[in-house]
Write a new protein. Structure first.
Length: 234
């Protein structure tokens, strides 16, 4: 009888964890979707307001926004597990708004047609890769580590582009970046799922915001590069 009780309790505990993980993952995709919507709305507003666009460009405000984006994303990544749930969500929304300013310049330069097509392609690729990362039983850590190393290489190569200012070099970096971030979607999804299990055991906090931020970054990095690629092809 005790053995049966232990088996039942173990199954019950496993089932509870699975429910908690699914809830966390729904939170991840929900917060990511909300962030994309906020960024898109802010971007559309800025792109349609020529006076605001001119003011941002004339005052070098885009540089301030870019620096603020880096500061906020680093802070969230480093301290989200220590923040209250409310604070983590507020800072994530702030980051989405800041990215919306960047989206505004993209919409204004490349047009809504190119941006919309790039967004659709990104969304389809993202859906395929995140589903694969969630359902696969294969350990993606090895290939994921290769993509992470590729990302560091991409960052170094992007810095070098300051000195190698040729269209071909820049375009090649765009294509390489798309491939790297597509690979990272599957890897990051699997890691977030593991993080959700850890949260279900009380080992971490704000897994949904940490996961949403990670996938949001993957998404917008692909989107921005596709916009540049499609814009150049035009």
């Amino acid at each position: 009888m005790n053995g049966m009780n232990q088996e039942f309790n173990g199954y019950h505990s496993y089932a509870d964890k699975e429910v908690a993980v699914r809830k966390t993952m729904l939170g991840v995709y929900g917060w990511m979707t909300l962030a994309l919507m906020i960024s898109a709305v802010v971007g559309l507003y800025i792109a349609s307001n020529y006076n605001l666009l001119y003011t941002l460009a004339a005052t070098s405000a885009y540089w301030i926004v870019a620096i603020a984006e880096v500061v906020v994303v680093v802070m969230i990544g480093a301290r989200a597990h220590k923040m209250s749930a409310t604070a983590a969500k507020i800072w994530f929304i702030v980051y989405a708004v800041l990215n919306g300013v960047t989206f505004g310049s993209i919409f204004a330069v490349y047009g809504l047609g190119v941006a919309g097509y790039a967004f659709l392609v990104t969304a389809l690729v993202f859906a395929v890769m995140t589903i694969y990362g969630y359902v696969t039983k294969t350990d993606l850590s090895k290939i994921g580590n290769l993509f992470v190393m590729g990302l560091f290489g991409l960052i170094i190569a992007s810095v070098m582009s300051i000195f190698i200012q040729t269209p071909g070099y820049t375009l090649a970096l765009m294509y390489v970046g798309v491939v790297i971030f597509i690979g990272l979607i599957g890897y990051d999804t699997q890691k977030i799922k593991q993080l959700a299990y850890a949260e279900s055991e009380g080992m971490v906090r704000n897994a949904s915001i940490i996961g949403a931020l990670t996938l949001y970054l993957d998404f917008i990095n692909i989107f921005i590069r596709l916009v540049n690629i499609l814009g150049r092809d035009d």
